[in-house]
Design a protein around this ligand. Structure first.
Ligand code: AMP
Ligand code: FE
Ligand code: FE
Ligand code: ZN
Length: 283
């Protein structure tokens, strides 16, 4: 009875649709999964229906990009009220900021890369229309650079042209972590700190940083994640348990967009039950 509690679909920067995700979850024998697209709940209905049709359990979720002091922190949010006006209003703003940021990065990339940028910018084209509704990120730019023959795959583009230190990089507007935790809780949801020791982060979360977040209402920490630095996991898990926080395991699957495989890290049903018990909705 294993669950994958962190996955992305074509509604943000994954490459599989919510339905394909449910198919794959079923094929590998998962009991259920959560769809946690970046800053959007767009895929929930499709994922829920596709899961139901295959006898899978579906936990609605999302991943918010936030800023915690000097660092970027990703916050998973589970089981919140999808109709919460305040939260959906902020999500709309965040996605609009993502679009403007993607467009600004295209303006910079255009000077040196001759890719099919109109696929992102031209709302009249089919690809452009899809891009206009998805929650846009650097992976979408990476795909165009790969299609243009400049890089092998998304990871290659991330290591080079799209890296934060490079001349084409533009940051996107975010919520602060505390503001995001508050919004999620006010919407009846359960906030969980995503991949706190990811290799990609300049430095992992220190154990001392968990208690203040727990005081703000953080409910859990994603300790099992393919990108967490192994040596940091045990101390973070011990501190999470000491603080009464949940610990979760999940793959951060992005389809073909990242090496992470679906079900690579998972959570037991007890974790899902604890999340549901903490949510103030019928998620
Ligand atoms: P952004 O939030 O638009 O700056 O893009 C960051 C997103 O890109 C992350 O949420 C990851 O899902 C994705 N990402 C980061 N590194 C890679 C990589 N090496 N290959 C594919 N996707 C990546
Ligand atoms: Fe992503
Ligand atoms: Fe993330
Ligand atoms: Zn993710």
């Amino acid at each position: 009875m294993r669950y994958d509690l962190h996955t992305h679909s074509t509604c943000s920067d994954g490459t599989t649709t919510p339905t394909e995700l449910a198919e794959e979850a079923h094929a590998i024998g998962l009991a259920g999964f959560s769809l946690t697209d970046h800053d959007t709940t767009e895929g929930w209905d499709e994922a829920r229906e596709a899961a139901r049709a295959r006898g899978l359990d579906f936990l609605p979720g999302m991943e918010l990009t936030t800023t915690h002091g000097w660092r970027s922190a990703h916050l998973l949010a589970y089981g919140f009220d999808v109709a919460n006006v305040e939260l959906q209003g902020r999500l709309e703003m965040l996605r609009e900021a993502r679009r403007e940021r993607a467009h600004e990065m295209v303006r910079r990339l255009r000077a040196d890369f001759d890719a099919d940028w109109d696929a992102l910018l031209d709302g009249d084209s089919a690809a452009g229309a899809a891009a206009a509704t998805a929650s846009l990120g650097r992976p979408h730019l990476a795909d165009l650079l790969v299609a243009g023959g400049y890089f092998r795959d998304r990871s290659h583009a991330f290591e080079t042209a799209l890296s934060p230190g490079g001349p084409y990089y533009v940051p996107t507007e975010t919520l602060s972590t505390s503001e995001a935790i508050e919004l999620v809780i006010a919407a009846g949801g359960v906030p969980v700190l995503a991949h706190p020791a990811a290799q990609r982060m300049r430095s992992p979360f220190a154990v001392e940083e968990l208690a203040p977040l727990a005081n703000l209402g953080l409910a859990g920490v994603e300790t099992e994640h393919p990108e967490n630095r192994p040596e940091w996991i045990a101390p973070l898990r011990d501190e999470a348990v000491r603080l009464g926080l949940l610990t979760t395991g999940a793959s951060d699957y992005h389809g073909a967009g990242k090496p992470n495989r679906l079900g690579q890290c998972t959570s037991p049903i007890e974790t899902v039950e604890r999340i549901r018990a903490a949510a103030h909705t019928k998620a």
